[in-house]
Design a protein around this ligand. Structure first.
Ligand code: NDP
Length: 299
């Protein structure tokens, strides 16, 4: 492997330390303890793990953590009532509803009901619009994590780089595109209807894969020296580890791409770790904005 590893563990630890420091300052100077809420509907095992990790990270950071569990049979009205209650709760500065939600509930109706200033996942249309308009917004955590990693790999300045993003979801692809555009990148967004994806990817100084297809991006899709950010988290069978065992891989064929790129994020141990740290940061930003308190200039 010739590429430098962009280590999510180290970068997330550094960000979490800054979040912890900022929270202790908010507590001591303003008697303000940020609170992050998570609503879980049903018993999706992966979601239960995410929610538990978010709770642990919140407490470690020194903030208040609130968890609300609704049964898989919960109606849309019940979920919306929970959202409205959190909109009103002054101890909760940011919250999210863990997706996916069961089929009887409209994900968009849930997103629309969240108060934009408490929208810890940055999914509300108002936040998406503010981000696109270059206005202060709640920014989705995973895209923010990708941006921090790309800047780390490139010494902070992304200006003029050609960023190619595979994926156009509201959660990942589109907000990453907006963030990179705001950093003066030239941005290409690819999706399932794009023609000759390998050729488009080979144009990229920064290649972001947010597709959800295991190891789709091959080594020869990568421009020599590119920075590769792999957002994908895919569980695939791993018979070499024993019967029925699985392992996690990204959307990028890591070993191949690492021979060509200048820097690359691993899976696991990459973007996923940054997501939690950025979510913590969002809760602090939300708490400060709602309380009219300024954050440290370098936060
Ligand atoms: P979505 O399924 O919402 O979006 C996938 C995108 O990939 C779509 O825009 C789709 O195009 C595009 N796509 C699908 N197949 C192809 C293809 N063959 N060629 C080109 N584009 C394709 O997924 P998300 O954006 O929510 O997530 C993407 C990945 O990131 C997943 O693996 C997910 O698990 C992971 N993820 C990781 C997080 C983390 O913390 N690391 C957080 C969130 C997600 P189209 O729009 O045309 O359908």
């Amino acid at each position: 492997m010739s590429a430098v590893l962009i280590d999510g563990k180290i970068l997330a630890m550094a960000l979490k330390a800054r979040v912890r420091d900022e929270i202790s300052r908010l507590k001591s100077e303003f008697d303000l303890t940020p609170g992050l809420g998570v609503v879980l509907v049903g018993h999706d095992p992966a979601s239960e793990i995410y929610v538990r990790n978010k709770g642990i990270a919140s407490v470690e950071a020194g903030m208040n953590s609130f968890e609300y569990k609704l049964p898989a049979t919960a109606t849309q009205d019940e979920v919306l009532a929970q959202v409205r209650q959190l909109n009103e709760d002054t101890n909760v500065h940011g919250f999210l509803v863990q997706f996916p939600v069961p089929d009887q509930i409209s994900q968009q109706a849930v997103i629309d009901a969240i108060s934009p200033e408490k929208d810890a996942d940055g999914l509300h249309p108002l936040n998406a619009g503010r981000l696109a308009s270059g206005l202060p917004a709640m920014v989705p955590a995973t895209p923010m994590g990708c941006l921090i990693m790309a800047k780390h790999a490139l010494g902070g300045d992304l200006s003029g780089k050609h960023a190619v993003i595979i994926g156009r979801s509201n959660l990942v692809g589109k907000p990453i595109a907006q963030l990179l555009l705001a950093e003066n990148c030239t941005v290409t967004i690819c999706h399932s209807r794009s023609h000759d994806l390998p050729a488009l990817c080979r144009e990229a100084d920064i290649l972001v894969a947010a597709v959800g297809r295991p190891e789709m991006v091959r080594g020869d899709w990568v421009k020599p020296g590119a920075v590769v950010i792999d957002v994908g988290i895919n569980r695939i069978p791993a018979p070499e580890r024993g019967e029925g065992k699985t392992r996690l891989v990204g959307d990028v064929a890591f070993a191949e791409a690492a021979e060509i790129a200048s820097a690359i994020t691993p899976v696991p141990g990459g973007v996923g770790l940054m997501t939690v740290a950025c979510l913590m940061r969002n809760a602090v930003v939300a708490a400060a904005r709602q309380s009219g308190v300024s954050l440290s200039s370098d936060f």
